[in-house]
Design a protein around this ligand. Structure first.
Ligand SMILES: Cc1cc2nc3c(=O)[nH]c(=O)nc-3n(C[C@H](O)[C@H](O)[C@H](O)COP(=O)(O)O)c2cc1C
Length: 178
């Protein structure tokens, strides 16, 4: 699957088959996350891959709608490392949410290309995630990403995401017109 096809066919997956993710596919998905660009190549990300059912169950309890986390065969939790994140974007904020988002997007597009479903979740309780995974100070969870084979009808072949703003609403040339 080429990149544009992966971008167009990605849909958040809400239901997974119990079927395990082949290790080679998981390896490719994590490799894509690792290869993401980051500000100054600081790579301020860490990933915890959860496959243990009991840990997934507890992680699901740390989420507002955690059913999908408990059911997915693999759950990747993406973290940022505080000490790696100086203020750099225009001199007013840190780039780390951008860096970690680039890695998560790489991960999800690679998963799509591997025929896997995934979802990006942020509605979790930070303190509970920290406690379940034993996360030290200075490390912050930014995304919980369940990964697996979709159980939804026509999983990878569903229509592209709808409800996007039109190009005219979001793209302009030479000046900011809004
Ligand atoms: C940064 C980010 C955070 C998200 N957090 C959640 C979430 O916590 N729970 C959830 O169900 N979906 C989450 N999503 C998925 C979005 O809700 C979804 O991509 C959006 O509604 C568009 O849906 P569509 O791609 O099916 O059109 C998140 C997506 C992004 C990019």
């Amino acid at each position: 699957m080429d990149l544009l096809e992966a971008i167009r066919s990605y849909r958040p997956c809400r239901q997974f088959q119990a079927k395990p993710v082949p290790p080679e596919k998981l390896k490719n998905v994590l490799a894509a996350a690792r290869l993401a660009p980051s500000q100054n190549n600081l790579q301020p990300w860490r990933f915890v891959v959860v496959q243990d059912d009991e840990v997934k169950r507890r992680l699901a309890q740390a989420c507002v709608r955690g059913k999908v986390v408990a059911e997915a065969p693999v759950v990747v939790v993406a973290f940022s490392v505080e000490e790696d994140i100086p203020v750099t974007v225009g001199g007013y904020i840190s780039a780390y949410p951008l860096d970690v988002a680039a890695a998560v997007q790489n991960l999800q597009l690679a998963a799509t290309a591997e025929g896997l479903g995934s979802a990006w979740m942020v509605d979790f309780h930070e303190d509970k995630v920290r406690s379940v995974l034993g996360v030290p100070e200075g490390i912050h969870p930014l995304a919980i990403v369940p990964v697996g084979f979709s159980a939804e009808p026509n999983g990878g072949g569903r229509p592209p995401s709808e409800g996007r703003k039109s190009p005219d609403e979001i793209i302009a040339y030479n000046a900011y017109p809004w």
